[in-house]
Write a protein that binds this ligand. Structure first.
Ligand code: FES
Length: 576
């Protein structure tokens, strides 16, 4: 019997078939790229799945990284082939990059499945490019390693750190109250994007990089290395070498992505103060690989975890500082009593062993477990009549005094109404009001945009108000902050109670008891339900039409219902 380590290569089916015609076709056209004959004679074939795009500026450097991966693959005896997949840039795509996450995951899955690949390297960076490619790869389940593209260097503006994304949320206040001019704004734009790489706050991209390292899908220490640091290139090369070994060991994704790995990721996300978007992406990945993970577990596993990292948007520093302080390995080591230390990782070793020698070089950036920046971080999951399937809030980014609050709703039926009326001096709103935004969920927007951290009304900003309770069925940028309740499920556009809230209704938020409640009686609820009509679909054709028909709600990860699970790596029929 063959040992697992001697398992036949999947690519052999293409390059060494029993009939001459198929072998000829599969090999001959590849030879036009100069492939020597030994490329088709038992060497592991590695796909380098590249999310490079000039329209995804955070991933603009990944073509160069692919060359380093190729070097590593060749050094280890494998054969590399780079291929593009749908890339999603957070800053440019309309209506929101999230609309296309599942499309990109399908692209990744089918490109891997359809081609003669034995292992895969995922080159990722900007927010959605990590979960989409990991989701797609999970549905095929080959040996796979991730090379996160890395954050930009620290933004610096007039001597101060300026965090990508996080600064934008302060811009309106700065213009209105601090005399920030157009020239200042142009200068700040340049200062906040001074190198290749993704957002350098602990926004969603950095959160995703930490997520894949926590799950064991990267080599140790990968997440925080800045994009332009030479060590990132070395990491790409080493990952190229390692994937060839992973193929020989048949160390496929399902062997790394165990329930223990997911639990580690949830706890480590809390410790680094990661984005709320983590929830939705991790759930979608779990769904693909077949690990049962429900929304409540993000609270039960993560909400009591201490905050060990002092990074914007919750803290002061940026990813380059995090890297210099020792990066995620330090956090993993500090967290060892909370983690499954024997969870296996891409290098074939347990996560605990990989990180046990990590040392902290700056306690202002990474705290010890005995002296955390906050005793309890993580994400709180709320339930109540306003969110029967759950809603989330990130207490570490919120105001303590608003954690229990009763206020009158000020309702915006959609994002256009919000944009057109929020600064109206006659808007009936004060600092105790609760801003409610409808129609920004998966179906409603469509694509669940990052608009949940609504900007405060101008007249309240002028009074010096910095935070208010805000509720929506949308998401929030990982770079944002505030007492913001997100991911309300069921969403307003499919008949959730959020869609029935009216201005003036009383809402109670009680984060310590995990409650979010609309204070109207059942008779009134039934009356409003009877009068409710669903919104007109955004499109009756193409991808948007498909999306709104099959997307699941936020509490399930907003994946398509028919994409949950795996198709595996076998394809029965050939083209010839
Ligand atoms: Fe790409 Fe922030 S815009 S990571």
């Amino acid at each position: 019997m063959k040992k697992e380590s001697e398992k036949e290569l999947r690519s052999k089916d293409w390059f060494d078939p029993s009939d001459a015609k198929s072998g000829f076709v599969h090999r001959s056209w590849l030879r036009n790229q100069g492939c020597p004959d030994d490329y088709f004679r038992g060497r592991p074939v590695i796909g380098i799945c590249n999310t490079w795009s000039e329209l995804t500026p955070c991933n603009g450097h990944l073509r160069e990284f692919a060359e380093f991966v190729k070097k590593g693959v060749l050094e280890a005896g494998g054969v590399p082939f780079e291929f593009p997949v749908t890339s999603m840039g957070e800053t440019l795509m309309r209506p929101t990059a999230m609309l296309f996450r599942n499309l990109a995951s399908m692209d990744t899955e089918e490109c891997i499945r359809a081609n003669p690949l034995d292992g895969v390297v995922l080159l990722t960076g900007c927010d959605k490019t990590t979960p989409s490619t990991v989701m797609g790869a999970c549905s095929v389940d080959l040996p796979t390693i991730v090379v996160p593209g890395g954050p930009m260097l620290n933004g610096k503006y007039k001597g101060e750190r300026i965090g990508s994304g996080t600064f934008i949320w302060k811009l309106k206040d700065k213009i209105k109250n601090e005399g920030f001019t157009h020239e200042d704004q142009i200068e700040a734009e340049i200062c906040s994007s001074r190198s290749a790489g993704h957002c350098m706050t602990m926004g969603t991209a950095s959160t995703m990089a930490c997520m894949v390292e926590s799950l064991g899908l990267t080599l140790p220490g990968a997440a925080a290395i800045p994009a332009v640091d030479s060590r990132k290139k070395a990491l790409a090369q080493l990952s190229g070498r390692r994937i060839v070994e992973m193929v020989k060991e048949d160390l496929k994704l399902s062997k790394i992505l165990t329930r223990e790995a997911f639990e580690n990721a949830i706890k480590l996300n809390a410790a680094v103060g990661g984005s709320t978007n983590f929830i939705i992406h991790l759930q979608a990945i779990a769904g693909r690989i077949g690990v049962d993970l429900n929304l409540k577990e993000f609270d039960t596993l993560g909400s009591k975890i201490p905050l060990l990292v002092n990074l914007m948007p919750s803290g002061e520093f940026l990813m380059e500082d995090f890297f210099d302080a020792g990066g995620l390995p330090v956090v993993i080591n500090e967290m060892k009593n909370h983690l499954h230390n024997d969870a296996i990782t891409a290098n074939g070793k347990p996560i605990g062993e990989n990180n046990k020698k990590a040392e902290c070089y700056n306690p202002e950036v990474i705290a010890s477990i005995d002296k955390p920046f906050l005793e309890e971080a993580g994400i709180a999951v709320l339930y109540g009549n306003l969110c029967e399937n759950g809603a989330v809030i990130k207490p570490s980014a919120a105001s303590t005094e608003l954690m229990t609050h009763r206020g009158k709703a000020v309702v915006f039926e959609n994002i256009e109404e919000f944009n057109n009326t929020v600064d109206d001096p006659d808007l009936d709103v004060d600092e105790n009001s609760i801003l409610v935004l409808k129609g920004v969920g998966p179906v409603g927007y469509p694509g669940m945009a990052e608009v949940g951290n609504m900007e405060l009304p101008e007249k309240l900003l002028k009074k010096g108000i910095k935070d208010m309770v805000r509720i929506s069925d949308g998401r929030m940028s990982g770079t944002a902050f505030g007492t913001v309740i997100l991911h309300v499920s069921p969403e307003s556009s499919i008949g959730g109670l959020l869609g029935l809230v009216k201005s003036g209704d009383s809402i109670v938020l009680d984060v310590p008891n995990r409650k979010l409640h609309l204070e109207i009686d059942d008779v009134e609820i039934e009356k409003r339900k009877a009068a409710w009509t669903p919104p007109i679909p955004h499109s009756d054709r193409g991808y948007t039409s498909l999306y709104t028909k099959v997307v699941q709600q936020a509490h399930l990860g907003a994946d398509f219902d028919f994409l949950v699970g795996k198709s595996g790596d076998k394809v029965k029929r050939d083209a010839h």
